[in-house]
Design a protein around this ligand. Structure first.
Ligand code: DGY
Length: 325
């Protein structure tokens, strides 16, 4: 007869780095899966039904229905800085703590934003496809000409940690930096980033390269719509490393197809992993599968922080009792 493990129970929704997750086994009875799994709402509800804590990713949408039967659940540790997959009011009402993983991914994500912006501006993906498809017969002065990044104006929408890290990199490219944010940053932070606050319309009008780094909320759903895109210069690029729902993808596809916008770099999509087929068909859209924080070291650090958050919230480890991230 097997003896039930009396320790608190934890559900880990995806197969994350095994050696990092192993730390949970020091304190908890861990339930997890062997392969990457798209859990249905019913599966999530069932998994949460008899655990004390859960470690989840942005794939796992958790709201009132998923926690309805989760009478033991005390904490959900999200592996990611964005937490739009969690219905925070519902969790708060149920007395369930939620944590995320800020800071550890800031620099890696800022690097990737720059990579996407530069790929879009200088047509790197398009050029590589063109070369691999055998079109390069002779060097030509006018082949695949792009827009400059250096000396241009970088616009940043959302000036949190990642936005600021993106801004600081612009100094090396002699760029002017404009930003718009829910609230204006303190002057000393603006000075450290050499960034100037402008209103939303001015940001759209003045940005040669606009980068979206804002959290996704119902209030900014499709914030970048046809009207916003129409205010941007036709030579501009748009890079989205925030969440797909911030952009009206059909309006963006229209703008890219009819020359109202030069190019886009998109790491996030409204229906990901499904991609709007109109974006797939555009040569001036650089598309990547939500990997902005995806360096090995950073993804490990994110899981480690989520493990720490979960462990502390359930009363174990050196940070027990301290507020999680
Ligand atoms: C986040 O952390 O929110 C990213 O989108 C996933 O790494």
């Amino acid at each position: 007869m097997s003896v039930a493990d009396p320790r608190p129970r934890v559900w880990v929704s995806q197969p994350l780095f095994g050696d990092v997750i192993a730390r949970l086994r020091e304190h908890f009875d861990v339930r997890t899966v062997d392969t990457i799994t798209q859990h249905s709402p019913q599966d999530i509800a069932q998994a949460l039904g008899d655990v004390d804590g859960a470690l989840v990713t942005l794939n796992d949408r958790i709201g009132a229905a998923e926690i309805a039967g989760a009478s033991r659940l005390r904490v959900i540790a999200n592996v990611g800085v964005g937490y739009n997959n969690l219905d925070l009011p519902a969790l708060t009402q149920a007395g369930i703590l939620a944590s995320n993983t800020p800071d550890v991914l800031t620099q890696t994500t800022a690097d990737f934003g720059w990579a996407l912006m530069m790929a879009a501006a200088r047509r790197i993906s398009e050029a590589e496809r063109w070369l691999r498809d055998g079109h390069w017969q002779q060097w030509n002065f006018e082949t695949l000409l792009g827009g400059d990044v250096h000396g241009s104006t970088l616009g940043i929408l959302g000036m949190g940690r990642i936005g600021q890290a993106i801004a600081r990199r612009a100094a090396g490219f002699d760029m002017r930096v404009r930003y718009h944010n829910r609230s204006r940053l303190p002057v000393e932070v603006e000075q450290a980033c050499a960034a100037h606050y402008v209103d939303f319309d001015t940001l759209l009008a003045q940005s040669d390269h606009l980068m979206l780094v804002l959290p996704y909320t119902p209030a900014n759903h499709h914030l970048i719509d046809a009207a916003a895109l129409a205010r941007m210069p036709a030579h501009a690029t748009l890079t989205n490393i925030a969440r797909g729902g911030v952009v009206d993808e059909d309006a963006l596809a229209d703008a890219l197809a009819n020359g109202r916008l030069a190019a886009a770099g998109l790491d996030v999509f409204e229906g990901e992993p499904a991609i709007n087929p109109r974006l797939l068909a555009l040569r001036n859209a650089v598309l990547t599968p939500h990997i902005a924080s995806g360096s090995l070291a950073t993804r490990r650090a994110m899981v480690a922080l989520a493990v720490d958050n979960l462990t502390a919230a359930l009363g174990f480890g050196p940070a027990a009792g301290k507020p999680p991230s």
